[in-house]
Design a protein around this ligand. Structure first.
Ligand code: 13P
Length: 343
């Protein structure tokens, strides 16, 4: 492992004003996304959609890296150029999702464990040869009656640490993603309590596995109210609770925190990130690694039709630009266009 190289990749991903596009939807997830625009999930539709995203002019001003899926990292742009090259030419770092999804945790009803460690050591060098310089592994923690259990959190933290150590061995920066879901009627206080416990255990495991935190990034949920909670916290409360939680449990050796959007609307995700960065300087860069919050407006504009590609690219550019502004703490909802595509 060359820690200097890992550190430099990690820093480049959270450079000022830029963040990550998560375009690593697995086959079942992209099918779900395409259903919202009545589009069948064929290999060519998936390729055309990712092509649209990766060839949006000027987007590299705000996008530092893109997370790809196993199928996507092997696909090409319409002119035959591999997607990885299309990204590299713009100075965008290609990354790869390496987990194999969250599966039921036996003996723990309602809880999940992420699979994919078997054979991972063998798969990583191929991804690196294809151009991946960073990776992602997502653990899922649900809040509900009697859950999460300590055992579920520990099992997922252990898997995240095993994954992170293997990535570093292969010269790949691990993005460590423990997602506390926002589904449910829980309060923001409960989300804070669970997120604190999850992150504490994740960092204990990473340290126990001798992972060099300087060569990693964290991809957490923000601390928000459950979607079904009658009292919804506003942007400043979310920003304060999230920064307080992170400051208690994330070591300053971690170069950056790249939030997932997790079901927040595009506007909320941008506003929350902007509010955190407007609070002043933090020990880590606070950035984004959004999937839906960057892509929902793009899908709505595209609708699977070639004629809509220019409009869809515009929608992606705008969302990337607004999140770039949020990185500087300079986002204001007044910067949003009147269009209802973006809500
Ligand atoms: P969302 O921003 O849609 O939550 O996706 C980010 C991601 O990569 C989840 O693993």
């Amino acid at each position: 492992m060359n820690l200097g190289e890992l550190e430099s990749v990690a820093h480049s991903l959270v450079v000022a004003g830029k963040g990550i596009l998560a375009a690593d939807e697995s086959a079942p997830t992209i099918e779900k996304r395409f259903k919202t625009i009545d589009l069948p999930s064929t290999e060519e539709n998936r390729r055309a959609y990712r092509d649209l995203l990766f060839t949006t002019p000027g987007v590299s001003e705000f996008i530092s890296g893109v997370i790809l899926y196993d199928e996507t990292i092997r696909q090409r742009s319409a002119d035959g150029t591999p997607f990885t090259k299309v990204l590299e030419r713009q100075g965008i770092v290609p990354g790869i999702k390496v987990d194999e999804g969250a599966k039921p945790l036996t003996g723990f009803p309602g809880e999940k464990i992420t699979e994919g460690l078997d054979g991972l050591r063998g798969r990583l060098p191929e991804y690196r040869a294809l151009g991946a310089r960073f990776a992602k592994w997502r653990a899922v923690i649900d809040i509900g009656a009697g859950i999460p259990t300590r055992y579920c959190i520990r099992a997922n933290a252990h898997a995240l640490a095993r994954y992170a150590a293997l990535c570093q061995e292969a010269g790949i920066v691990p993005i460590v993603e423990p997602e506390v879901l926002m589904d449910g009627g829980h309060t923001i206080e409960r989300c804070e309590e669970v997120t604190t416990e999850v992150l504490s255990l994740v960092y204990a495991e990473l340290t126990a596995h001798r992972v060099a935190l300087e060569g990693t990034l964290l991809k957490p949920n923000m601390v928000v109210s459950g979607k079904g909670c009658p009292a919804q916290a506003g942007a400043s409360q979310v920003a304060e609770a999230t920064v307080r939680t992170l400051s208690r449990v994330v070591p300053p050796a971690v170069p950056g925190i790249v939030f997932l959007s997790g079901g927040q609307t595009p506007r909320q995700a941008t506003e929350h990130l902007g509010a955190m960065n407007a609070m002043g300087k933090h020990p880590w860069e606070l950035s984004f690694s959004y999937g839906r919050a960057l892509q929902d407006p793009v899908l709505k504009a595209w609708k699977g039709k070639a004629a809509n590609v220019p409009e869809a690219k515009e929608a992606f550019f705008l969302r990337a630009k607004l999140n770039g502004a949020a990185r500087h703490g300079k986002y204001s909802p007044s910067m949003e266009p009147a269009s209802n595509l973006i809500r």
